[in-house]
Design a protein around this ligand. Structure first.
Ligand SMILES: Cc1cc2nc3c(=O)[nH]c(=O)nc-3n(C[C@H](O)[C@H](O)[C@H](O)COP(=O)(O)O)c2cc1C
Length: 314
């Protein structure tokens, strides 16, 4: 098993579930951990919510001890807000504090936070200097290539982060403007890996087990981070293709994930929030459209469990 160090935190394994707002919540992360996700990255946290009313982010800071190492990710456009929010988040005892420099959503990026901060390298330097001198946990960042094709400053940003005490960088090989459309540029991950000494986590467009090894082989990155392809497919985190997983196993894991969701959010919310996963779990199981409709509109946990069981003997 490969071992990477982020500051003094030992990380076992080289496949990590990516932070995804509304998806990498505590239920999914704890499942992902069972499948070998090497770091439990929580969904991004708005520094302003932490500062105005920390109760707003209560659900996002929950984790089990078994999930460690746990990374909390913060975003804002103001270094001092990020520092203050990070200090307050320390009460929940994450192992790693990550700064989001990659979010492309307009409401975030256009106010200069997330990928918007890539346009302000001095603010990134200041943020990292403040965080690394005032916090006791390793500080990391998740970045993109730059704002757009004319401002590809990822190497400059990576060096600034390392130079001001950052302990790892997750690199998503797209610009802000490319959101999720263009293919991710893996060469840039290699360039970052060669430019700095701290661990580099490669991210973008991994869809298969072969892709994991190809990204590591082509870029030399220390670990990979998988987002969309892990939704409804935690098997990829342990390098197993879903196509070889039995129907019974898929349904067993679907039920396990559903249970975690209901335990965490309560009956109704737990079932509703689970739908985006349910759809993806059942892909490839050859379920008739009318049945799928039933499954995706069911609001009662017991009924849903019953229907899922009935699919076992199909
Ligand atoms: C629905 C959704 C929510 C996301 N939320 C976050 C987030 O909170 N923080 C973050 O750093 N990246 C976020 N991302 C970006 C992913 O972490 C990842 O960089 C991106 O999906 C590319 O990886 P992939 O091709 O494996 O999906 C999000 C992506 C998606 C699709």
């Amino acid at each position: 098993m490969s071992m990477m160090k982020i500051g003094d935190i030992g990380v076992q394994g080289d496949v990590i579930l990516a932070p995804m707002d509304g998806i990498s919540d505590h239920p999914f992360r704890s499942l992902a951990k069972e499948f070998g996700s090497a770091i439990s990255y929580a969904e991004f946290i708005n520094a302003r919510e932490v500062l105005s009313n920390i109760k707003l982010i209560q659900k996002k800071v929950v984790f089990d001890r078994s999930e460690r190492p746990v990374a909390f990710q913060v975003y804002d456009d103001d270094p001092l807000n990020i520092l203050e929010a990070a200090l307050r988040l320390m009460q929940y005892k994450p192992d790693i504090l990550d700064v989001n420099l990659g979010c492309s959503v307009k409401a975030v990026a256009n106010r200069g936070a997330g990928a918007g901060l890539l346009k302000q390298p001095d603010d990134i330097r200041r943020t990292f200097e403040l965080l690394t001198t005032n916090l006791d946990v390793p500080i990391t960042a998740k970045i993109r290539l730059g704002w757009d094709e004319d401002t590809l400053n990822y190497l400059e940003i990576a060096r600034i982060i390392e130079g001001s005490g950052g302990k790892a960088i997750a690199m998503h090989g797209r610009t802000r403007m490319q959101t999720y459309s263009h293919p991710a540029r893996w060469e840039a991950i290699k360039e970052v890996k060669q430019a700095i000494k701290i661990p580099v986590i490669g991210n973008g467009d991994i869809r298969s087990v072969a892709d994991i090894d190809r990204m590591i082989g082509e870029t030399g990155c220390d670990a990979v981070m998988i987002g969309r392809a892990a939704v409804g497919n935690p098997w990829i985190l342990r390098r197993q293709e879903k196509s070889v997983v039995s129907r019974a196993e898929v349904i067993k894991v679907t039920l396990e994930h559903l249970q975690k969701s209901v335990d965490f959010y309560g009956e109704l919310n737990g079932v509703r929030k689970f739908r985006k996963f349910l759809k993806r779990y059942l892909e490839g199981l050859d379920i008739e459209p009318y049945r799928m409709q039933d499954l995706l509109s069911e609001e009662d946990t017991d009924n849903l469990v019953r229907i899922l069981h009935s699919l076992l003997n199909k």
